[in-house]
Write a protein of this length. Structure first.
Length: 455
């Protein structure tokens, strides 16, 4: 045997998946295909470095494909094996289903433009080039997958018609017999689901190169899932549009309130009819019981005199119900009373406290970003002003300057004697300076005032 055959046997021995029937991986066409790819790459490295582009391609029937093989030396021939047929490719000759593509043999390029791809071309495409310095041709191989549309997806899910909130829901989507395997996406209505999606599992069909893919999803059921459509969507290169399998989720949950705390209904008028309204979410539909003083009223019923009626909960859609109490004529006693409401179904209950008011509903105060910024700036300015005032007071600055000065009176002087006016101070042009002349250290006397002399 020559060196090429020796290398081939050595590489095959290193991949027992190809020949050991007891090997668990022996039945997998994908794993065996990967083994052959590794062997082909190793052989090419040992024989000659052939650069082939692309290594793998998926095309539909009727599509085109360009495969380019390149070696770092000049060649004088180019062959391409597509399916079971070997094509000799000549630059300039563009007739046929497989023709030459590239920059010329002198550049070391052996390329093929494969037109009108057929089903029977699925498999390896091999380029065969002359060697640089031996008598063994060099080759490069790529994998062409001629896409074949898979079968319709199957959605396998629990058989029960409905679920409860917080139930753990599991389902599986199976898309059979595609080449290559289809891609599975999960949707809840128009929302794509990513959380709880498991890794897809691809299996080979026995005696075929077709593949079946399956994928599981696990989800904690929520009240918002009620009436939504779960879909597994199959996408594939051979499909013009995705295919889907669906089922609707029906979710039961206890009544849920939409607002917290006591409820006050405003805008009612004495002597007129009125209505107390509460909106709840519930599935199945809720039962409503009102407590008006000592009277218990279950909807849909009225008091004996018909003055108060508990109406049947009105379905607003998507599990929302309007629960109402109608009063034929509102009295002062009605306004002063507290009303109690119980809403329940088989899964739980919710309780409400209501009051009515003849006042208009207070307008809500909504501040935009500009108003909030203005308030913050005003507060900061006020704080700075207060700080500066305290600082000036503590350090005798600005308007507080001179507040600690005092006038010492001589012994025996009348403490009630007034200070001289500015008019009595001759030549006074600076009141502050002149006034300071009367401030002594306690040892000097105040200057005597000269009597006015007629001129």
């Amino acid at each position: 045997m020559n060196s090429f055959e020796d290398n081939l046997l050595e590489l095959i021995r290193s991949h027992p998946t190809l020949y050991r029937n007891k090997d668990k991986k022996h039945k997998s066409l994908i794993l065996k295909e990967n083994c052959w790819k590794e062997i082909a790459k190793s052989l090419n490295k040992k024989r000659q470095n052939v650069e082939i582009t692309p290594i793998k391609a998926v095309r539909r029937i009727g599509d085109e494909l360009i495969v380019l093989c390149k070696v770092p030396y000049q060649i004088d021939s180019c062959r391409m094996i597509v399916g079971t047929t070997s094509y000799r490719l000549i630059p300039g000759n563009q007739e046929g289903d497989v023709v030459y593509s590239g920059q010329g043999l002198t550049t070391g390029e052996c390329g093929a433009h494969i037109k009108n791809i057929r089903e029977d071309w699925n498999g390896n495409v091999t380029c065969v080039l002359p060697p640089q310095s031996s008598n063994i041709e060099v080759t490069g191989t790529m994998r062409l997958l001629v896409a074949r549309a898979p079968g319709d997806p199957h959605l396998i899910s629990p058989p029960q018609p409905q679920f409860k909130e917080e139930d753990i829901f599991s389902a599986q989507c199976v898309v059979p017999n595609g080449r290559p395997a289809a891609k599975i996406l999960w949707f809840l209505d128009d929302e794509q689901l990513l959380e709880g999606v498991h890794q897809p599992v691809v299996t080979d069909e026995p005696g075929s190169d077709l593949q079946t893919v399956s994928q599981n999803i696990t989800r904690t059921i929520r009240a918002d899932d009620n009436n939504r459509m779960l879909a597994c969507r199959a996408e594939h290169e051979a499909l013009d549009q995705p295919r889907e399998a669906k089922r609707q989720l029906i979710v039961h949950y206890p009544p849920k309130r939409l607002e917290s705390g006591p409820i006050t209904v405003f805008g009612l008028k004495l002597g007129a009819e009125g209505k107390l309204n509460v909106t709840v979410r519930s599935n199945p539909p809720p039962t409503a019981v009102w407590m008006v003083g000592d009277i218990r009223i279950t909807a849909p019923h009225s008091t004996d005199n018909g003055a108060i009626t508990a109406l049947e909960p009105l379905h607003l859609g998507n599990g929302h119900y309007n629960v109402s109490l109608h009063l034929a004529r509102i009295t002062k006693e009605d306004v002063e009373r507290t009303y109690y409401l119980q809403v329940f179904n088989d899964l739980g209950r919710e309780e409400f406290t209501l009051r009515m008011s003849t006042m208009d509903e207070p307008a809500g105060v909504e501040l935009d970003t500009g108003a909030i910024v203005g308030i913050v700036v005003a507060v900061l300015v006020l704080l700075i002003a207060v700080f500066l005032g305290v600082f000036a007071f503590a350090t005798d600055r600005w308007c507080f300057a001179g507040r600690s000065h005092r006038i010492d009176m001589p012994d025996g002087a009348d403490s009630e004697a007034p200070l001289p006016s500015h008019d009595d101070i001759k030549g006074s042009e600076n009141p502050t300076h002149d006034h300071a002349e009367y401030i002594t250290n306690g040892n000097s006397k105040l200057p005597e005032k000269k009597p006015d002399t007629a001129v």
